[in-house]
Design a protein around this ligand. Structure first.
Ligand code: P6P
Length: 335
Protein backbone atom coordinates (compact mmCIF):
# COMPACT_ATOMS: atom_id res chain seq x y z
CA UNK A 1 0.00 0.00 0.00
CA UNK A 2 1.29 3.49 -0.87
CA UNK A 3 2.86 5.27 2.11
CA UNK A 4 0.24 7.31 3.93
CA UNK A 5 1.19 10.99 4.11
CA UNK A 6 -0.32 12.88 7.03
CA UNK A 7 -1.56 16.46 6.76
CA UNK A 8 1.36 17.51 8.97
CA UNK A 9 3.95 15.93 6.68
CA UNK A 10 2.23 17.39 3.59
CA UNK A 11 2.31 20.90 5.07
CA UNK A 12 5.92 20.54 6.28
CA UNK A 13 6.98 19.44 2.80
CA UNK A 14 5.03 22.25 1.16
CA UNK A 15 6.82 24.61 3.54
CA UNK A 16 10.27 23.07 3.06
CA UNK A 17 10.21 22.09 -0.60
CA UNK A 18 8.07 24.79 -2.17
CA UNK A 19 8.42 27.53 0.42
CA UNK A 20 4.73 28.05 -0.14
CA UNK A 21 3.69 27.90 3.47
CA UNK A 22 5.45 30.05 6.10
CA UNK A 23 5.65 28.24 9.43
CA UNK A 24 2.98 30.47 11.02
CA UNK A 25 0.54 29.61 8.23
CA UNK A 26 1.38 25.90 8.57
CA UNK A 27 0.65 26.13 12.29
CA UNK A 28 -2.63 27.91 11.59
CA UNK A 29 -3.77 25.26 9.11
CA UNK A 30 -2.89 22.45 11.52
CA UNK A 31 -4.89 24.13 14.29
CA UNK A 32 -7.89 24.62 11.98
CA UNK A 33 -7.67 20.92 11.01
CA UNK A 34 -7.60 19.91 14.70
CA UNK A 35 -10.65 22.11 15.33
CA UNK A 36 -12.45 20.41 12.42
CA UNK A 37 -11.69 17.02 14.00
CA UNK A 38 -13.38 18.21 17.21
CA UNK A 39 -16.37 19.54 15.28
CA UNK A 40 -16.59 16.23 13.41
CA UNK A 41 -16.72 14.38 16.75
CA UNK A 42 -19.55 16.63 17.97
CA UNK A 43 -21.48 16.28 14.70
CA UNK A 44 -21.03 12.49 14.71
CA UNK A 45 -22.53 12.23 18.22
CA UNK A 46 -25.79 13.87 17.04
CA UNK A 47 -28.61 13.39 19.50
CA UNK A 48 -26.36 11.21 21.68
CA UNK A 49 -24.46 14.38 22.48
CA UNK A 50 -27.58 16.48 22.97
CA UNK A 51 -26.30 18.83 20.24
CA UNK A 52 -29.16 18.71 17.74
CA UNK A 53 -31.94 21.23 17.38
CA UNK A 54 -32.18 24.98 17.68
CA UNK A 55 -30.19 27.17 20.08
CA UNK A 56 -33.18 29.54 20.32
CA UNK A 57 -31.04 32.45 19.07
CA UNK A 58 -30.42 34.20 15.75
CA UNK A 59 -27.16 35.05 13.98
CA UNK A 60 -26.27 38.29 12.24
CA UNK A 61 -28.05 37.00 9.15
CA UNK A 62 -31.29 36.77 11.11
CA UNK A 63 -31.15 32.97 10.78
CA UNK A 64 -32.09 30.68 13.66
CA UNK A 65 -28.87 29.25 15.09
CA UNK A 66 -28.56 25.53 15.67
CA UNK A 67 -26.76 24.33 18.80
CA UNK A 68 -24.01 22.90 16.60
CA UNK A 69 -23.54 26.25 14.82
CA UNK A 70 -22.59 27.80 18.16
CA UNK A 71 -20.51 24.80 19.28
CA UNK A 72 -18.54 24.82 16.02
CA UNK A 73 -17.97 28.57 16.27
CA UNK A 74 -16.69 28.26 19.85
CA UNK A 75 -14.41 25.34 18.93
CA UNK A 76 -12.77 27.38 16.14
CA UNK A 77 -12.37 30.49 18.33
CA UNK A 78 -10.90 28.57 21.30
CA UNK A 79 -8.57 26.51 19.11
CA UNK A 80 -7.13 29.50 17.25
CA UNK A 81 -7.00 32.43 19.68
CA UNK A 82 -3.93 31.44 21.76
CA UNK A 83 -1.47 30.16 19.13
CA UNK A 84 0.14 33.46 18.15
CA UNK A 85 -0.48 32.99 14.42
CA UNK A 86 -3.68 35.06 14.18
CA UNK A 87 -4.56 38.71 14.74
CA UNK A 88 -8.34 38.37 14.44
CA UNK A 89 -11.19 36.17 13.23
CA UNK A 90 -14.56 36.67 11.54
CA UNK A 91 -17.44 34.22 11.44
CA UNK A 92 -20.90 33.90 9.95
CA UNK A 93 -22.09 33.42 13.54
CA UNK A 94 -20.63 36.68 14.91
CA UNK A 95 -21.80 40.22 14.11
CA UNK A 96 -18.35 41.82 14.26
CA UNK A 97 -14.73 40.66 14.11
CA UNK A 98 -13.12 38.82 17.04
CA UNK A 99 -9.77 40.31 18.07
CA UNK A 100 -7.25 37.90 19.60
CA UNK A 101 -7.22 38.82 23.35
CA UNK A 102 -4.24 40.89 24.50
CA UNK A 103 -3.13 38.04 26.82
CA UNK A 104 -2.10 36.11 23.71
CA UNK A 105 0.59 37.01 21.11
CA UNK A 106 -0.71 38.55 17.88
CA UNK A 107 0.05 36.88 14.54
CA UNK A 108 -0.05 38.14 10.96
CA UNK A 109 -3.09 36.24 9.66
CA UNK A 110 -6.83 36.81 9.62
CA UNK A 111 -9.11 33.74 9.73
CA UNK A 112 -12.65 33.81 8.38
CA UNK A 113 -15.09 30.94 8.58
CA UNK A 114 -18.58 29.58 8.28
CA UNK A 115 -18.26 27.23 11.23
CA UNK A 116 -21.04 24.90 10.16
CA UNK A 117 -22.39 25.35 6.67
CA UNK A 118 -25.65 23.60 5.76
CA UNK A 119 -27.23 23.90 9.18
CA UNK A 120 -30.68 23.00 7.85
CA UNK A 121 -29.27 19.50 7.27
CA UNK A 122 -27.89 18.93 10.78
CA UNK A 123 -31.05 17.40 12.27
CA UNK A 124 -31.70 15.16 9.25
CA UNK A 125 -28.24 13.59 9.20
CA UNK A 126 -27.15 15.00 5.83
CA UNK A 127 -23.55 16.13 5.15
CA UNK A 128 -22.55 19.55 6.52
CA UNK A 129 -19.20 21.25 6.81
CA UNK A 130 -16.82 24.00 7.93
CA UNK A 131 -15.56 26.53 5.37
CA UNK A 132 -12.49 28.69 6.07
CA UNK A 133 -10.44 31.40 4.40
CA UNK A 134 -7.08 32.92 5.43
CA UNK A 135 -5.94 36.46 4.66
CA UNK A 136 -2.86 38.39 5.74
CA UNK A 137 -3.43 41.33 8.01
CA UNK A 138 -2.15 44.64 6.60
CA UNK A 139 1.40 45.61 7.57
CA UNK A 140 1.90 47.95 10.51
CA UNK A 141 1.49 47.93 14.27
CA UNK A 142 -2.01 49.38 14.45
CA UNK A 143 -4.80 47.19 15.76
CA UNK A 144 -6.89 45.15 13.34
CA UNK A 145 -10.16 46.69 12.19
CA UNK A 146 -13.12 45.22 10.32
CA UNK A 147 -11.97 46.97 7.15
CA UNK A 148 -8.81 44.83 7.16
CA UNK A 149 -10.98 41.82 6.35
CA UNK A 150 -12.47 43.50 3.27
CA UNK A 151 -9.93 42.05 0.84
CA UNK A 152 -10.78 40.59 -2.58
CA UNK A 153 -10.71 36.79 -2.78
CA UNK A 154 -7.53 36.74 -4.87
CA UNK A 155 -5.74 38.01 -1.75
CA UNK A 156 -6.38 34.74 0.13
CA UNK A 157 -3.26 32.83 1.24
CA UNK A 158 -5.12 29.61 2.13
CA UNK A 159 -8.69 28.32 1.83
CA UNK A 160 -10.51 25.10 2.46
CA UNK A 161 -13.38 23.21 3.97
CA UNK A 162 -14.01 20.12 6.01
CA UNK A 163 -17.05 18.06 5.00
CA UNK A 164 -18.67 15.95 7.75
CA UNK A 165 -20.21 13.17 5.69
CA UNK A 166 -19.74 9.40 5.41
CA UNK A 167 -16.07 10.38 5.62
CA UNK A 168 -14.68 13.48 7.27
CA UNK A 169 -12.57 15.05 4.53
CA UNK A 170 -10.45 18.20 4.68
CA UNK A 171 -9.94 19.95 1.32
CA UNK A 172 -7.26 22.62 1.12
CA UNK A 173 -5.40 24.98 -1.20
CA UNK A 174 -2.48 27.33 -0.53
CA UNK A 175 -2.30 28.35 -4.18
CA UNK A 176 -0.55 25.27 -5.54
CA UNK A 177 -3.54 23.11 -6.48
CA UNK A 178 -6.10 21.32 -4.32
CA UNK A 179 -5.40 18.43 -1.93
CA UNK A 180 -7.86 16.21 -0.04
CA UNK A 181 -7.23 14.57 3.35
CA UNK A 182 -9.49 11.93 4.85
CA UNK A 183 -9.75 11.59 8.64
CA UNK A 184 -8.35 8.27 9.84
CA UNK A 185 -10.27 7.93 13.08
CA UNK A 186 -8.07 5.07 14.30
CA UNK A 187 -4.98 7.28 14.05
CA UNK A 188 -6.91 10.48 14.78
CA UNK A 189 -5.15 12.22 11.87
CA UNK A 190 -5.96 13.52 8.40
CA UNK A 191 -4.27 11.43 5.67
CA UNK A 192 -3.59 12.63 2.12
CA UNK A 193 -6.03 10.81 -0.17
CA UNK A 194 -5.89 13.00 -3.30
CA UNK A 195 -3.75 15.84 -4.61
CA UNK A 196 -3.77 17.93 -7.81
CA UNK A 197 -7.57 17.65 -7.91
CA UNK A 198 -8.89 18.54 -11.40
CA UNK A 199 -12.48 19.38 -12.36
CA UNK A 200 -13.63 18.25 -15.86
CA UNK A 201 -14.24 21.35 -18.01
CA UNK A 202 -17.61 19.96 -19.19
CA UNK A 203 -20.41 18.34 -17.22
CA UNK A 204 -23.91 16.91 -17.40
CA UNK A 205 -24.82 17.75 -13.80
CA UNK A 206 -26.18 20.99 -12.35
CA UNK A 207 -26.95 21.97 -8.76
CA UNK A 208 -29.57 24.62 -8.04
CA UNK A 209 -32.66 24.95 -5.83
CA UNK A 210 -35.32 24.48 -8.52
CA UNK A 211 -38.12 25.67 -6.22
CA UNK A 212 -36.85 29.22 -6.84
CA UNK A 213 -37.21 29.00 -10.64
CA UNK A 214 -40.00 31.57 -10.94
CA UNK A 215 -37.81 34.09 -9.11
CA UNK A 216 -34.68 33.78 -11.28
CA UNK A 217 -33.35 36.30 -13.77
CA UNK A 218 -33.65 35.50 -17.48
CA UNK A 219 -30.04 34.23 -18.06
CA UNK A 220 -30.38 31.60 -15.31
CA UNK A 221 -33.84 30.58 -16.52
CA UNK A 222 -32.44 30.20 -20.07
CA UNK A 223 -29.50 28.06 -18.92
CA UNK A 224 -31.59 25.71 -16.76
CA UNK A 225 -34.35 25.49 -19.38
CA UNK A 226 -31.79 24.39 -21.99
CA UNK A 227 -30.44 21.77 -19.58
CA UNK A 228 -34.00 20.48 -18.96
CA UNK A 229 -34.64 20.13 -22.72
CA UNK A 230 -31.93 17.48 -22.73
CA UNK A 231 -30.66 15.84 -25.91
CA UNK A 232 -33.61 17.14 -27.96
CA UNK A 233 -32.74 20.69 -26.97
CA UNK A 234 -29.89 23.09 -27.87
CA UNK A 235 -27.44 21.35 -25.55
CA UNK A 236 -27.84 18.03 -27.36
CA UNK A 237 -27.35 16.03 -24.15
CA UNK A 238 -29.35 15.02 -21.10
CA UNK A 239 -28.50 16.58 -17.71
CA UNK A 240 -28.79 15.31 -14.15
CA UNK A 241 -29.61 17.47 -11.13
CA UNK A 242 -28.35 17.37 -7.55
CA UNK A 243 -29.15 19.78 -4.69
CA UNK A 244 -27.95 18.85 -1.19
CA UNK A 245 -28.56 22.32 0.33
CA UNK A 246 -25.11 22.16 1.90
CA UNK A 247 -22.71 24.16 -0.25
CA UNK A 248 -19.80 22.15 1.17
CA UNK A 249 -21.32 18.85 0.02
CA UNK A 250 -22.31 20.18 -3.42
CA UNK A 251 -18.85 21.71 -3.97
CA UNK A 252 -17.18 18.48 -2.79
CA UNK A 253 -19.14 16.54 -5.41
CA UNK A 254 -18.10 19.05 -8.08
CA UNK A 255 -14.42 18.84 -7.06
CA UNK A 256 -14.74 15.05 -7.18
CA UNK A 257 -16.62 14.57 -10.51
CA UNK A 258 -17.43 17.96 -12.02
CA UNK A 259 -20.71 19.87 -12.27
CA UNK A 260 -22.01 23.40 -11.94
CA UNK A 261 -23.37 24.91 -8.70
CA UNK A 262 -25.62 27.96 -8.81
CA UNK A 263 -27.14 30.14 -6.11
CA UNK A 264 -28.07 33.15 -8.25
CA UNK A 265 -29.70 36.44 -7.40
CA UNK A 266 -33.48 36.12 -7.36
CA UNK A 267 -36.33 38.54 -6.97
CA UNK A 268 -37.51 37.28 -3.56
CA UNK A 269 -35.11 39.78 -1.95
CA UNK A 270 -34.13 42.00 -4.91
CA UNK A 271 -31.90 44.25 -2.79
CA UNK A 272 -29.66 41.31 -1.87
CA UNK A 273 -27.12 40.28 -4.58
CA UNK A 274 -27.55 36.63 -3.53
CA UNK A 275 -27.93 34.32 -0.53
CA UNK A 276 -24.37 33.12 -0.03
CA UNK A 277 -21.68 35.15 1.73
CA UNK A 278 -18.72 36.47 -0.20
CA UNK A 279 -15.92 36.47 2.37
CA UNK A 280 -16.33 33.07 4.05
CA UNK A 281 -18.29 31.00 1.51
CA UNK A 282 -17.90 32.19 -2.09
CA UNK A 283 -14.26 33.34 -1.86
CA UNK A 284 -12.79 30.16 -0.30
CA UNK A 285 -14.94 27.89 -2.48
CA UNK A 286 -14.23 30.00 -5.56
CA UNK A 287 -10.48 29.75 -5.03
CA UNK A 288 -10.62 25.97 -4.50
CA UNK A 289 -12.66 25.59 -7.70
CA UNK A 290 -10.24 27.77 -9.71
CA UNK A 291 -7.23 25.94 -8.27
CA UNK A 292 -8.80 22.70 -9.55
CA UNK A 293 -9.24 24.13 -13.07
CA UNK A 294 -12.83 25.34 -12.71
CA UNK A 295 -14.34 28.84 -12.70
CA UNK A 296 -16.39 30.95 -10.27
CA UNK A 297 -18.35 34.09 -11.15
CA UNK A 298 -21.30 36.08 -9.87
CA UNK A 299 -22.74 36.02 -13.40
CA UNK A 300 -20.92 39.17 -14.34
CA UNK A 301 -17.39 38.98 -12.91
CA UNK A 302 -14.87 36.60 -11.34
CA UNK A 303 -15.85 36.14 -7.69
CA UNK A 304 -12.24 36.47 -6.54
CA UNK A 305 -12.04 39.96 -8.10
CA UNK A 306 -15.04 41.37 -6.20
CA UNK A 307 -13.96 44.11 -3.79
CA UNK A 308 -15.97 43.53 -0.59
CA UNK A 309 -17.65 46.52 1.09
CA UNK A 310 -19.00 44.76 4.19
CA UNK A 311 -18.06 41.77 6.33
CA UNK A 312 -21.23 39.73 5.75
CA UNK A 313 -21.72 40.80 2.16
CA UNK A 314 -23.74 38.39 0.03
CA UNK A 315 -23.09 37.41 -3.58
CA UNK A 316 -24.63 35.49 -6.46
CA UNK A 317 -22.62 32.30 -7.09
CA UNK A 318 -22.05 30.28 -10.25
CA UNK A 319 -19.11 27.87 -9.94
CA UNK A 320 -17.76 24.57 -11.19
CA UNK A 321 -16.86 23.10 -14.59
CA UNK A 322 -15.20 25.87 -16.55
CA UNK A 323 -17.14 25.63 -19.82
CA UNK A 324 -20.53 25.57 -18.08
CA UNK A 325 -19.70 28.55 -15.85
CA UNK A 326 -18.50 30.47 -18.91
CA UNK A 327 -21.75 29.61 -20.73
CA UNK A 328 -23.97 30.86 -17.86
CA UNK A 329 -21.83 33.97 -17.52
CA UNK A 330 -22.04 34.64 -21.28
CA UNK A 331 -25.86 34.48 -21.05
CA UNK A 332 -25.70 37.28 -18.47
CA UNK A 333 -23.78 39.52 -20.84
CA UNK A 334 -25.73 38.65 -23.97
CA UNK A 335 -29.14 39.80 -22.72
P1 P6P B 1 -31.63 26.72 0.24
C1 P6P B 1 -26.90 26.47 3.70
O1 P6P B 1 -27.84 27.14 4.52
C2 P6P B 1 -26.54 27.41 2.55
O2 P6P B 1 -25.98 28.57 3.05
C3 P6P B 1 -25.60 26.69 1.58
O3 P6P B 1 -24.76 25.80 2.21
C4 P6P B 1 -26.56 25.99 0.64
O4 P6P B 1 -26.02 25.78 -0.66
C5 P6P B 1 -27.75 26.93 0.59
O5 P6P B 1 -27.70 27.73 1.79
C6 P6P B 1 -29.06 26.20 0.53
O6 P6P B 1 -30.07 27.18 0.41
O7 P6P B 1 -32.34 28.01 -0.09
O8 P6P B 1 -31.67 25.72 -0.89
O9 P6P B 1 -32.01 26.11 1.56
Amino acid sequence: MAQRISLTRYLVEQQRVDGLIPSQLRLLLEVVARACKSISQAVNKGSLGGVLGSADSENVQGEVQKKLDIIANEVLIEANEWGGHLAAMASEEMDGIYLVPNRYPQGEYLLLFDPLDGSSNIDVNVSIGTIFSVLKKPEGDRGVEEGDFLQAGHQQVAAGYCVYGPQTTLVLTVGDGVAMFTLDREQGSFVLTQENVRIPEDTKEFAINMSNMRHWDAPVKRYIDECLQGREGPRGKDFNMRWIASMVADVHRILTRGGVFMYPWDKREPNKPGKLRLLYEANPMGWLIEQAGGAATNGKQRILDIQPSQLHERVSVILGSKNEVERVTSYHSSL
